[in-house]
Write a protein that binds this ligand. Structure first.
Ligand SMILES: [Zn+2]
Length: 273
C-alpha cells in the first residue's frame, strides 16, 4: 500500500504515524545502521508492505550525485545468462549462485504445485519472494563490483540499452525460463544509480550485432560467433570469449557516441586493445 506525505508522518527517529482504518496510529519502527545514515534524506512516498508476518516501510531517499571522476577509457559491460555480466577486460561476474537457488526453488515449486493445498499455495508465494530477494542481492553485489572496478581503473561505463531486449534475444527453449529480462534491467538500474552516486560517467548504447561483430577489425558475420562461448573472426582470425568480444564492442560504441565522457583528448587516448 502506497502512503504519501498526507497519510504518513515521521515522528522523530523511532516512530512513524500512519493513517489506518482505525484512524492515525503512531507506531514504533526499527531499522539498521545503514538506513539510519539516510533518515535526513527521506523523500516522497513510501510503500507499506506486509511480508511473512511483519510490516515493512519501503522508503525512497534522495542522494546527491558524486563528484565526477576523470575517466580515461571506456569499460563495456555485456549482460548474459550464464555470466550475468562480462566486462571488456574479460572479467566475468557469474550468475551461478542465482541459478542454484532458482533450480532449488523450482523443485520446491513443482512439489507444492502438485500438492495444491492451501498451505502449499502459501509456501509458493513465500518461495517466489525468496527467489526475487536473492536475485536482487546478487545483482547488488555485481553492480557494486563493477562500479568499484570503474572507480579503481578510472573507467566510464558502457551498458547496453535494454529497450526491446525481449525481441532481440533469441534463446533456446530450455533456456527461456532462465531468461528474465527484468533481472537484466534490475542489474542495469543498480549499476546506473551506484555509478551516479560514485561520480562514474557512463552511457547506454545500441547493442545490435555486438555479439557477431569482430571487436578487432569490425567484420560483421553471424558465423563469427562459433558457439555460445567462442568468438572467432572469419576475416582477421581474432579469437576471444564471445561475451568479452561483445563487451569490447559496447566500449567502442560508448567511445563513438559519447567521447566527451572521458577526460583525455583523443590524441592521448590509448584505446587500441
Ligand atoms: Zn576480425
Amino acid at each position: 500500500m502506497t502512503y504519501d506525505e498526507r497519510l504518513l508522518g515521521w515522528k522523530g527517529p523511532a516512530y512513524v504515524s500512519l493513517l489506518t482504518l482505525q484512524g492515525r496510529m503512531t507506531i514504533a519502527m526499527v531499522y539498521g545502521e545503514y538506513q539510519a545514515g539516510y533518515l535526513q534524506r527521506l523523500k516522497g512516498q513510501v510503500d507499506l508492505v506486509y511480508r511473512d508476518g511483519t510490516f515493512y516501510l519501503y522508503a525512497t531517499i534522495d542522494l546527491p550525485e558524486g563528484t565526477p571522476i576523470e575517466a580515461t577509457h571506456f569499460l563495456g559491460i555485456d549482460l548474459g545468462i550464464a555470466n550475468i555480466a562480462v566486462d571488456s577486460d574479460g572479467n566475468s561476474y557469474t550468475g551461478e549462485p542465482i541459478e542454484v537457488v532458482r533450480q532449488r526453488c523450482m523443485t520446491h515449486r513443482q512439489t507444492y504445485q502438485a500438492t495444491g493445498t492451501k498451505s502449499a499455495k502459501r509456501r509458493l508465494k513465500k518461495l517466489s519472494g525468496k527467489e526475487s530477494r536473492f536475485r536482487r542481492w546478487v545483482n547488488h553485489g555485481i553492480a557494486k563490483a563493477l562500479v568499484a572496478k570503474a572507480q579503481d581503473t578510472k573507467a566510464a561505463l558502457v551498458l547496453e540499452d535494454l529497450t526491446g531486449i525481449g525481441d532481440r534475444t533469441t534463446v533456446r527453449k530450455s533456456q527461456r525460463n532462465k531468461h528474465k529480462s527484468w533481472s537484466f534491467r534490475q542489474l542495469a538500474d543498480f549499476v546506473i544509480y551506484k555509478a551516479q552516486r560514485a561520480g562514474i560517467p557512463g552511457c547506454c548504447v545500441d547493442p545490435r550485432n555486438t555479439s557477431r561483430t569482430c571487436s578487432k577489425c569490425g567484420h560483421v558475420d553471424k558465423r563469427n560467433r562459433r558457439s555460445q562461448a567462442l568468438f572467432s573472426c572469419l576475416r582477421c582470425g581474432y579469437t576471444a570469449n564471445a561475451d568479452q568480444n561483445a563487451a569490447r564492442n559496447l566500449a567502442t560504441r560508448g567511445f563513438v557516441s559519447s567521447p566527451d565522457l572521458i577526460a583525455l583528448s583523443q590524441g592521448q587516448l590509448a584505446f587500441a586493445w
